[in-house]
Ligand binder design. Structure first.
Ligand code: SF4
Length: 436
C-alpha cells in the first residue's frame, strides 16, 4: 500500500489539507482515510462503492434508463443548451475552478443563467459585501492570533466538524499558545447546539431578531443606553459581551445561514460587518462566512473575474447582468422563464423548494454528478463523473478565499470522464452548433 499525505478534503469550505489516505500499490483502490471528520472521510470512501454508476444514462419514454456513451451525453447536453432560449446552469460548488471556467465559457455561448449554491446559502453575504465591503482575514491568522471568536447562526460542530479544532477554537498558534484556554468563544443561536455547548458565552437570541441584537452591540460599544432586554438577551449580558469584544486582542465573527436566511437577510450581514468595523476602532476584528460546499467560494471568485458578479449571472443578452431576486435560480424557475436545466456539482433536488423541483421535472434536465441524488431523479440525462478532489485534482477556494491546489489520490474507474473533460466535450459541440 501507499500512504499519501497532505491530501485536501473536498467536502466542506474548511478544505482541511492535512488528510492522509492509504491507497493500493496500483493506485486503483482507496483503502483508508485518516484525519478527516466523518463526513469528509465518507466522501472519499463513497468513491469506492461497488454499485457506483460509471457510464452516463438517458431516460427512456417509460421512465427507465438506458446506458449511453459520453459522446452521446455531450451531444444531448450541447443540443439542449444550444436550442434553449434561457437555460439555467446551476451548481458549480462541488467542482474545481478549472471546470467552472469551462462551464462559464459554455454559458456565454448559449446565453445561460449561471447560478451557484450561494443562491440558497450565502448569497445575501455576497450582496452585503458588495454593499459595504468586508474586513476579513485568513483562517491561519485566526489560528495564530485570535483570542476571541463568535459563532453567529452557525453550528460548526456539525456542519464544519474540524473548523474549531483546526482553526477557530482549539488550536495553539504562534500568539495563541494556550489554545482553547486562551480563547473566549461566544455562540449566538436560538437553539442550544453542540457548538453552543462548547462556548464560554451562549446568547440564545430570539429567532429572526439577529439584526436587533447586532444593533444593540453597536449601542453597547458606545456605552449608550439599551432597553432591559433586546432580542431575548438581557442588557447586562449585551454590555458584558460588548466589553469583552472591545478588549480582545484579535477576534473574528463567523456567521452562517442562521443569519443569512433569517429576517432581514443581507441587512443582517450589513450590520454584522458594521459591528466588525466598529470594533476596529478599539482593537482588531474580522468577519467570515462559514461557506458550505467545498468550492462554492471558488465559483464566486471565478465568475467575479470573468463577469464581475459572484452568482445569479444572467448571460441571456450576450453580456453579464446581475439582479438577485430576478436572476436567481428559484425565481427564474417559479416564473417559468427557464426552458432547460443543467446541473453540475450540486443537488438542487435536495436543496430547492419542492415547487421549484417540480418545475425542473417538467423541463429538459441534465445532471452531472458522481452520485445518484434527488436531482438525478428529475433528470433526462445523468452523467456520472470522477470525484473531484479524490479522482481528479484542481484548484478550490477555502472559505477565507485562499486558493488551495488538490491532487488526485486514486484513479477513477476506467473510461470515466471528469467534470472538466465532459464540459470540454460539450463546449466543442456547442461551438460547432453555434458556428463559432
Ligand atoms: Fe472535510 Fe470539512 Fe471535515 Fe475538514 S471539516 S475533514 S474539510 S468535511
Amino acid at each position: 500500500t501507499k500512504l499519501i499525505t497532505d491530501v485536501v478534503c473536498p467536502f466542506c469550505g474548511t478544505l482541511c489539507d492535512d488528510l492522509e489516505v492509504v491507497v493500493s500499490d496500483d493506485g486503483k483502490e482507496l483503502l483508508e482515510v485518516n484525519n478527516a471528520c466523518a463526513i469528509g472521510a465518507e466522501k472519499f470512501l463513497h468513491s469506492q462503492a461497488k454499485d457506483r454508476l460509471t457510464r452516463p444514462r438517458m431516460r427512456n419514454e417509460d421512465g427507465s434508463w438506458r446506458e449511453v456513451s459520453y459522446d452521446e451525453a455531450a451531444e444531448f447536453t450541447a443540443q439542449m443548451l444550444a436550442k434553449s432560449k434561457k437555460p439555467l446552469m446551476y451548481g458549480w460548488s462541488s467542482t474545481n475552478c478549472e471546470s467552472q471556467v469551462v462551464g462559464s465559457h459554455v454559458a456565454e455561448l448559449v446565453g445561460g443563467q449561471l447560478d451557484n449554491t450561494a443562491t440558497v446559502c450565502h448569497g445575501s453575504t455576497l450582496i452585503a459585501v458588495q454593499d459595504v465591503g468586508v474586513p476579513s482575514c485568513t483562517l491561519g491568522e485566526i489560528k495564530n492570533r485570535a483570542d476571541m471568536v463568535v459563532f453567529w447562526g452557525c453550528n460548526p460542530a456539525h456542519a464544519h466538524p474540524r473548523h474549531m479544532s483546526r482553526y477557530s477554537l482549539f488550536p495553539r498558534g504562534f500568539f495563541t499558545a494556550k489554545g482553547h484556554r486562551g480563547r473566549t468563544a461566544v455562540v449566538v443561536d436560538p437553539r442550544p447546539t453542540d457548538s453552543a455547548n462548547l462556548a464560554d458565552i451562549y446568547l440564545p437570541v430570539e429567532q429572526g431578531r439577529d439584526y436587533e441584537l447586532l444593533s444593540a452591540l453597536r449601542v453597547a460599544f458606545r456605552n449608550e443606553q439599551l432597553p432591559d432586554v433586546v432580542a431575548g438577551i438581557s442588557k447586562e449580558k449585551i454590555y458584558e459581551v460588548a466589553e469583552k469584544m472591545k478588549n480582545a486582542r484579535f477576534g473574528c465573527i463567523f456567521f452562517g445561514m442562521g443569519v443569512t436566511h433569517s429576517l432581514s437577510n443581507n441587512h443582517n450581514i450589513d450590520i454584522a460587518i458594521q459591528v466588525t468595523r466598529d470594533l476596529n476602532e478599539f482593537t482588531k476584528w474580522s468577519i467570515m462566512p462559514m461557506r458550505g460546499h467545498y468550492n462554492v467560494t471558488g465559483a464566486g471568485e471565478v465568475w467575479g473575474w470573468q463577469f464581475g458578479f459572484p452568482f445569479c449571472v444572467d448571460l441571456s443578452r450576450g453580456f453579464a447582468r446581475y439582479n438577485p431576486g430576478e436572476s436567481s435560480s428559484n425565481d427564474l424557475l417559479m416564473r417559468e422563464e427557464i426552458d432547460s436545466v443543467f446541473v453540475l456539482g450540486s443537488d438542487p433536488g435536495a436543496h430547492f423548494p419542492f415547487s421549484s423541483v417540480k418545475k425542473m421535472n417538467a423541463l429538459p434536465c441534465v445532471v452531472v454528478d458522481p452520485h445518484i441524488t434527488p436531482s438525478t431523479v428529475v433528470a433526462d440525462l445523468h452523467v456520472p463523473v470522477a470525484f473531484v478532489g479524490v479522482e481528479v485534482g484542481g484548484c478550490a477556494y477555502r472559505m477565507d478565499s485562499v486558493p488551495i491546489e488538490s491532487h488526485k489520490v486514486v484513479d477513477a474507474p476506467e473510461g470515466m470522464l471528469t467534470d472538466e473533460e465532459f464540459l470540454k466535450l460539450v463546449l466543442a459541440r456547442v461551438k460547432e452548433i453555434k458556428g463559432v
